[in-house]
Ligand binder design. Structure first.
Ligand SMILES: [Fe+2]
Length: 356
């Protein structure tokens, strides 16, 4: 069974819809990458779906080597997968037209190498009911494209919130988008991603203060913040972490435990555009990797750690994603989000209220 409320045949139909969105063609090769006994039903569903479309399908199954990627407990470290050091496996994936991976390869060197060979790669690790509920749409992709255009034209990104955040990123890297499917050679995406645009600041080009407010979300901890956590950022590094609540200590200790100066770097910055994704979802459902929480409409997704996903030098395994509410965000002097509401028509769903 693929999930409590989904039969395997319904899941297979969903995977077929996904492969059609990814423009998988008759005769193309599709490799399903898995480890151990994990997500066998995902592999089976995609294998059947791929066969229906006339693709050449296979499953590359690696020994189970990581407890970091279980969908039930979240991702604890990034960039280390069972592919590390297994060049024949990497070469096989580089020879495929498309890969669906169930390991969580983001931030790994192998992901970059496989993309550079022209293979398109889709990550699929979330619970099946979430894959269905946040199924990607071309309409959301169009709104994401509008966000990419705006971010690509900007040289600075600044955001604030009522708790005292005021931080400026001098944009230093290419802009990336995630909308949940891959239809271009060399593309990577994560199903679901909910319409997300992101980039990274220049290595020494981020300064200010980020005050993570009550109700913002700490990932991978899967916790709503109870008391504000204040991060001081100087020249692209976190230089202090303060706060009266225990979660400030938790963040401080979590970063310190990596024993890695690069844990104090800053990772991607951007915002989410999916009005179907709910900020409150974590209140009743802590399964999965938390993509719904990263995607909700109007959140500013602030993150710490590696920037190698955009070509930067920081490869740390320590990565926090922190979706923040009620922020205002400017690209140069142009307002994009005001008090948590997206104010650019091309990024808003038709008929959306200004505040969600
Ligand atoms: Fe992230």
């Amino acid at each position: 069974m693929a999930g409590a409320s989904f039969s395997q045949s319904m899941f297979t139909d969903l995977c077929e819809r996904m492969l059609r969105l990814c423009k998988l063609q008759h005769g193309e090769s599709l490799v399903l990458l898995s480890q151990g006994q994990e997500r066998v039903e995902y592999v089976d569903a995609f294998m059947t779906a791929g066969q229906r479309l006339g693709a050449k399908v296979m499953n590359l199954r690696l020994p189970y080597s990581s407890s970091a990627t279980s969908g039930e407990v979240g991702v604890w470290t990034v960039g280390k997968t069972p592919l590390s050091g297994n060049q024949p496996a990497v070469d096989m994936l580089k020879g495929a037209d498309m890969v669906v991976e169930t390991l969580f390869m983001l931030f790994s060197d192998e992901l970059t190498e496989i993309q550079q060979a022209g293979t398109r790669i889709l990550t699929c690790i979330e619970p099946v009911d979430l894959l269905a509920r946040l199924f990607p749409t071309e309409e959301l992709k169009q709104r994401t494209d509008a966000a990419v255009e705006a971010l690509s034209a900007a040289s600075t990104l600044r955001f604030t919130n009522p708790a005292g955040t005021n931080v400026t990123y001098r944009i230093g890297y290419p802009v990336k988008a995630q909308y949940g499917y891959v239809d271009q050679p060399g593309q990577w995406d994560h199903w679901p991603s909910g319409g997300m645009v992101l980039t990274c600041g220049a290595d020494d080009g981020i300064d200010g203060r980020v005050v993570v407010d009550k109700g913002d979300i700490l990932l991978p901890f899967k916790q709503y913040v109870h008391e504000p956590i204040e991060l001081t950022i100087e020249a692209g590094r976190i230089t202090s972490i303060e706060g009266s609540g225990y979660q400030a200590d938790l963040v401080k200790q979590y970063l310190a435990d990596f024993g890695d100066p690069d844990a104090y770097g800053l990772s991607h910055i951007g915002w989410g555009l999916d009005e179907r994704a709910k900020w409150a979802a974590l209140g009743t459902d802590d399964r999965g990797h938390g993509m719904e929480l990263r995607a909700f409409y109007g959140n500013v997704l602030f993150s710490t750690g590696p920037n190698d996903l955009v070509g930067g030098p920081n490869h740390t395994s320590c990565h926090l994603d922190i979706p923040m509410r009620n922020c205002s965000l400017w690209l140069d002097d142009r307002p994009i989000i005001v008090d948590g509401a997206v104010v650019v028509d091309a990024m808003r769903p038709q008929g959306a209220p200004l505040a969600v």
